[in-house]
Design a protein around this ligand. Structure first.
Ligand SMILES: NC(=O)c1ccc[n+]([C@@H]2O[C@H](COP(=O)([O-])OP(=O)(O)OC[C@H]3O[C@@H](n4cnc5c(N)ncnc54)[C@H](OP(=O)(O)O)[C@@H]3O)[C@@H](O)[C@H]2O)c1
Length: 270
């Protein structure tokens, strides 16, 4: 029988994941169940996608083989207290920052395995990055899960749970950082006279083109940079201004900040 996936908490990230799984046909709508605290939000999403609703969180756990914990970190522990008597033999994947797999499995006694998935919104298009960590040895059931997750984008199987916070900084928050850069480019282009639509589309294509070229060429970023930076040219002049303002240090500090916040959350939630 095909495995059933249950999404407990159907917010932004769960909806992106479900949309990606359906779009890439990794799962059918009949294999996906969901619950959500605000029922109207789930009803709307169920109407759009044809996935199935479970009556309660407990009903969801009973019905499904793999349960994706999609609630915010501050809601997670109460949810685990609610569902723990039904955890035996089930596989849980947590999307939440801050809660270690050890803390989750301590509450879900008898669970077959507990994993963590740090990801980002492009999974909606099958173009996400997923850092996956399993507390226990990866067996065939977990390998099948990883195979399914690969339909959502690039999967990094993490050897140490410490790296979960690092992937979170670069991929989950990292997408946010890039949107911020896009907003800065956007404001600048508009201030220079492009229409909002022209500015929006220009930036989308610049970022997309850069990512596609980097992927297609397989070259290092350093080499790509040298290819677009001629001596005495415009790119070099722009880079000089940014380096003088220590943009590189600011960006590294931003990545450190996101990673450290995730670690802080772990300590606060312990
Ligand atoms: N969004 C991202 O890009 C991103 C990236 C990386 C990691 N994450 C992590 O992913 C998780 C979800 O983030 P999100 O952005 O998807 O948050 P979100 O949109 O707030 O989704 C969380 C969902 O959980 C539901 N929920 C809360 N308590 C519940 C309960 N007891 N039973 C059933 N459903 C419950 C909420 O219902 P309501 O509709 O009532 O609020 C909400 O729809 C978080 O742990 C976050 O740290 C998110």
């Amino acid at each position: 029988m095909k495995s059933r996936w249950g999404f407990l908490g159907c917010g932004n990230l769960s909806q992106a994941m479900i949309t990606g799984l359906l779009r890439t046909k990794a799962l059918s709508s009949g294999q996906i169940f969901a619950t959500n605290r605000t029922k109207s939000k789930l009803d709307k999403f169920v109407r759009q996608t044809g996935i199935r609703k479970a009556a309660t969180n407990i009903d969801l756990v009973k019905k499904c083989d793999i349960i994706v914990l999609g609630a915010k970190p501050q809601d997670l522990m109460a949810i685990l207290d609610e569902i723990h008597p039904y955890a035996r033999g089930k596989i849980f994947l947590s999307l939440a920052a801050g809660h270690s797999s050890k803390a989750i499995s301590k509450r879900l006694v008898g669970a077959r395995s507990v994993g963590r998935v740090m990801t980002n919104l492009p999974i909606r298009l099958g173009k996400g990055v997923l850092g996956v960590y399993f507390e226990s040895r990866v067996r065939s059931s977990e390998s099948n899960i990883i195979k399914t997750l690969k339909s959502l984008g690039f999967v990094v199987t993490l050897k140490s749970e410490k790296l979960v916070d690092v992937v979170l900084a670069a991929s989950s928050s990292g997408v946010g950082f890039l949107f911020w850069f896009m907003e800065i480019y956007f404001q600048w282009l508009c201030s220079q006279g492009l229409s909002k639509l022209e500015a929006q589309q220009t930036i989308q294509k610049v970022f997309l083109g850069a990512a596609l070229l980097a992927e297609d060429s397989g070259s290092s970023f350093e080499r790509l940079l040298s290819q677009v930076t001629s001596k005495k040219g415009t790119t070099l002049a722009g880079l000089k201004s940014m380096r003088e303002r220590r943009l590189d240090s600011a960006l590294k500090a931003g990545l450190d900040g996101a990673r450290n916040r995730s670690r802080e959350l772990s300590r606060a939630l312990r």
